[in-house]
Design a protein around this ligand. Structure first.
Ligand code: PLP
Length: 379
């Protein structure tokens, strides 16, 4: 057996959402609502760009991804040197922790949230400090209080995966003001394109005042390129140059770069698709509430149903029998919004909570936070 670094065996394995079939996941008749993907296949213009780029894959990609970075800088009104790319935004999460945290330091994040923060923190040998959500939402006062001299990174997932809840601009501003400027704050906005509440605030608007803030965005969700792996961060020039030290060289391939640029070109068509998802999200949420489900309001492309493990298991099974795959957690269920047809199948499969066999434990949106710390998500 090889000798490994202390703590490596405690790193949790990433649990991907269930798929209909590994060989042919799209055509097996499953509604794939377990991985927060886009239900839309690529636009013709994006497919054309992918095909053109594929013809040149004998060459390495541009190591700096300059064309894409220039387009993103233009879109966000920042300098190209403020943009960092990654093999999905998940790579930029790794870069953030790699440059800042290590043994003897802490990483602060809410719980439950995107479970990969736990793995990245453990890989760095740092300690995780989890701050329970308050009623499925970030508790910004508790998060600010959790920051100590040892804290190197604070992750803020906004909107939060898996609960879908979002911070208001005022809450986010409070949190960023409260965290010392020597601590890197990663505001993970993987789902921000789906946030349409007027009070939602993106950290992009607060970057000028906070050089220690890194905002993450991705082409995987609203832009429908999850399979190609391209995401990015926007931050100060100083932080960006440090993050680039931790970037895996050539981690974003030329097909991914070309598809991302083509997606920016197809902005209005993709914005229309996002609007369709948001309308479906609100329709499904209203129907679920009408059926008697207790769900927090979502600003993402998924909904969260707090439930005890036994109840979540019963519901996930019922859905799987109807070929609807959803994501099961110890504290509830996360359902990605699919096409209108898929969402209809989901609603039929879910039915009313009154139809379920009785279980001893009931978890409501407001009781979720009290259970959060004692029931780690394993997927
Ligand atoms: C909150 C959050 N951040 C980041 C990611 C990673 O996305 P990607 O690496 O595909 O950009 C995900 C994926 O599910 C996510 O839910």
């Amino acid at each position: 057996m090889i000798r490994v670094r202390a703590g490596i065996d405690g790193v949790p394995v990433y649990g991907a959402g269930r798929r209909g079939s590994v060989d042919d996941p799209v055509n097996q008749g499953f509604a794939q609502l377990a991985s927060n993907e886009s239900p839309f296949t690529p636009l013709p213009s994006v497919s054309d760009a992918i095909a053109r780029a594929a013809a040149g894959v004998n060459r390495y990609p541009d190591i700096d991804g300059m064309v894409l970075r220039a387009r993103l800088a233009d879109a966000h009104g920042v300098e190209e040197d403020q943009i960092v790319l990654g093999c999905g935004s998940i790579e930029v999460c790794h870069q953030a922790v790699t440059i800042s945290a290590g043994p003897g330091t802490e990483v602060v994040y809410a719980w439950p949230t995107f479970p990969e923060y736990t793995a990245i923190t453990a890989l760095a040998g740092a300690r995780a400090r989890r701050v329970p959500l308050a009623g499925a939402r970030h508790d910004v006062v508790a998060m600010a209080k959790a920051v100590t001299e040892e804290t190197r990174v604070v992750f803020v997932c906004n909107p939060n995966n898996p609960t879908g809840t979002a911070l208001t601009g005022a809450e986010l501003a409070y949190l960023l003001d409260a965290i010392p400027s020597w601590c890197l704050v990663v505001v993970d906005e993987a789902y921000a394109e789906f946030a349409d509440a007027p009070e939602f605030g993106s950290a992009l608007e607060l970057l000028t005042a906070h050089e220690n803030v890194l905002v993450l965005r991705t082409f995987s969700k609203a832009y429908g390129l999850a399979g190609l792996r391209v995401g990015y961060g926007v931050t100060s020039v100083e932080v960006a140059s440090l993050l680039r030290l931790a970037k895996i060289p050539f981690s974003v391939g030329n097909v991914a770069l070309a598809a991302a640029v083509a997606s920016i070109d197809a902005g209005s068509e993709l914005v229309a698709r996002m609007a369709t998802i948001k309308a479906e999200r609100d329709r499904v949420a209203n129907q679920l509430v009408g059926l008697g489900w207790d769900i927090p309001s979502s600003q993402a492309n998924f909904l969260w149903i707090p439930a005890s493990e036994a109840r979540a298991d019963a519901v996930a099974r019922r859905c799987a029998e109807s070929k609807v795959l959803i994501r099961q957690y110890p504290d509830g269920l996360r359902i990605t919004i699919g096409t209108e047809e898929e969402n209809g199948r989901l609603l039929d499969a879910l039915g009313s909570p009154d139809d379920l066999p009785p279980t001893n434990v009931t978890v409501t949106a407001t009781s979720l936070a009290t259970r959060a710390e004692s029931s780690p998500l394993d997927q």
